[in-house]
Design a protein around this ligand. Structure first.
Ligand SMILES: [Zn+2]
Length: 132
């Protein structure tokens, strides 16, 4: 599969119910790639020594440390009813729109059970779906 090229859509960070979030400034087409989750590749035992909330597991012993502020995708919050999904292609992580996203909507994806249980569940999920 070729490496996706994210659509060049305007996004901005803004305060949301769960801290800072990433928002669409213009509409995003369904199924289009929105942004790449970028960072330093961390392998093997180094993974155990690093503990931050921005580690994205791309395989059992390989992760992307997306903690740098230049990784705009790190501002995308978790949702139990997300409008994006993370897709791993050739060890890289891309966020893809699950449906059309309107201007002004906050981007979200499901962080997965492991992350949810560790970082979200203890404090209560603050996503829009759970707030209802
Ligand atoms: Zn939720």
């Amino acid at each position: 599969m070729p490496i996706p090229i994210p659509a060049n859509v305007k996004l901005k960070t803004k305060r949301s119910r769960a801290g800072l979030g990433l928002f669409a400034v213009e509409p995003i087409k369904r199924s289009s790639y929105v942004i790449e989750y970028v960072g330093t590749v961390v392998r093997g035992h180094a993974v155990d020594e690093l503990a931050n909330k921005y580690l994205f597991e791309t395989s059992r012993f390989r992760m992307i440390d997306g903690s740098a502020r230049s990784n705009i995708a790190r501002y995308i919050n978790h949702s139990c009813k997300p409008n994006c999904e993370a897709e791993i292609v050739a060890g890289r992580v891309f966020l893809r729109a699950l449906r059309r996203i309107e201007a002004g909507e906050e981007l979200s994806y499901d962080y997965g059970k492991e992350y949810f249980d560790m970082y979200i569940k203890p404090y209560g999920c603050r996503c829009a779906a759970c707030a209802k």
